[in-house]
Design a protein around this ligand. Sequence first.
Ligand SMILES: Cc1cc2nc3c(=O)[nH]c(=O)nc-3n(C[C@H](O)[C@H](O)[C@H](O)COP(=O)(O)OP(=O)(O)OC[C@H]3O[C@@H](n4cnc5c(N)ncnc54)[C@H](O)[C@@H]3O)c2cc1C
Length: 564
Amino acid sequence: MQFDYIIVGGGSAGAVLASRLSENGAKQVALFEAGPDTPPDDVPDVIADSYPGLSYFDPRYHWTQLRVYNRSPRLNSQPPKTAKLEQAKVMGGGSSINGQFAVRGLPHDYDEWEGLGLKGWGWEGMLPYLKKLERDLDFDGELHNRNGNIPIRRVFPEDWGGFTKSVLKETEKEYPYRPDYNASFEDGSFPLPLSNENERRVSTAVGYLHKEARARKNLHIFANAFVENLIIEGKRATGVRVTIGGDTKTYSAREVIVSAGALHSPAILMRAGIGPAGQLARLGIDVVADLPGVGENLTDHPHIAVGAHFRKSARLRPGQRRHIFLGVRYSSNHADCHTGDMLLMPVNRAGWHPLGKAMGALNVCVNKSYSRGTVTLKSRDQNEEPIVDLNLASDGRDLMRLVDGFKRIYRIMTAPDVQRHVNTWFLAGYSDEARALSVRKASNWIKTASAAYAFDYLPFFREELLKRKFGTTDRMHKMMQDEELIVEWVKQSVWSGWHVSGTCKMGPEDDPLAVLDDRCRVRGVEGLRVVDASIMPTIVAANTNITTIAMAEKAADLILDSSH
Ligand SMILES: Cc1cc2nc3c(=O)[nH]c(=O)nc-3n(C[C@H](O)[C@H](O)[C@H](O)COP(=O)(O)OP(=O)(O)OC[C@H]3O[C@@H](n4cnc5c(N)ncnc54)[C@H](O)[C@@H]3O)c2cc1C
């Protein structure tokens, strides 16, 4: 069958495209997703749960071979070491496994894109799509919509855990409480909006690939369908080669849209001969289009955290699922950085297991980051994951804002109202060990149940163990006396916020690293677009899911518009 559109990847962006492009019954649309499907009436509990700590780490819904460098091996300052990074392999993509934070970027983020030469991608051009996607359950008015595909709600302070309430008391002294994060652009302490209704996650696989969309005869959804390669004839993309259930077949289309996410989309382009010519030639790949920007400009939100073992007063009430409620948007006031560039979040539970329920953290992330990493191919084999160098905190502005973030965390954690909820503070991170413990299975429950008991009832054991393994308050006091110690700790423990983006960026013709034009078309190749988080020219000062969905909404209009 000849399709009008083939979409590679049914993630946050791909599911939106499939839904919108198939609204017109005359267009034949095929969606290929490598992971399993999650139709609205059959969403696994692990995914639907308001507590996202289960889906984050469940290997059934990930690309399990993927590893990344958090700090670049190019920095030569430490032995290069890779870490796990979860990327979704399931219908709905990131929106099916993410933290459900449903936050918009700031107006100036989008205006920055327009300023880079991307006409129509500024705040004025994006707002209609940010509105179109949402069904805000709490707020109405000019900046909101009550009829979109993704329900957005907040948990308000009366339902927060004790720890988070105590942190709010501190933060609101400087950053006043404001209820609507998505419509207030000043600094403040906000209840974080969530893509969730009735205590269930709403992914794009549910909100966009809803029953009516799935009933369309012209929409063909293939799950567990791994796209091996693009088919390119001359300078035109004509289809894809796909493996489904052990069979490999080719499918052709008038237009192919790659929506495989910011790490896999550039890899797919490069394997098809679209990317930096030198790198492709070294791997024996015939060059179709020499685009040096493919895989460059990898941007993420770097995070640091201080962990806490809670007293009972700080913990969530039994049965409560949601664990992060408050986001404090603040301005670092660092030279050359925009206002609203930082986010601080108290975490009121650190895991699904008994120990995790007794723990939490204070997180800081650079929301408008400047460090840039790369995605390169290790080999031309489609089954081999690319080399991902996140290069976090390599830009001095990012590093020093995290250092300042640590000092802010310290001030909050030593405030008496917060301190009285906490037994022990410790320097935390997302190590592979912590990740492995976060997979829900009986052996992890048993391990953590005994540790949880010991932590509650043997304080000496808890103090000693956390001190040796991570460093506790004594070490933090010392760090506050010597900034170099903070710098070193940040470099060692910085981790990815899972907001990879920018690796196939849009840009004007005179930008040598621009992969796409402002209609998401791949330069130098006909019939090929990329639409997903990889197309952002710069990262937004917000978690990336809502912006990715809005971009896909806008791209769908551009695609349909150019098909007339
Ligand atoms: C653990 C985690 C937590 C996060 N938390 C938040 C949050 O709380 N709020 C927020 O705003 N953002 C969050 N994010 C980020 C956000 O979810 C992503 O920015 C967003 O999902 C990116 O969408 P995308 O369409 O670019 O890629 P994805 O949603 O990742 O979609 C890509 C899809 O393509 C498929 N694919 C890849 N290669 C192939 C192939 N060869 N063949 C077929 N299919 C393929 C993948 O399986 C995947 O389903 C989080 C992300 C993760 C991973």
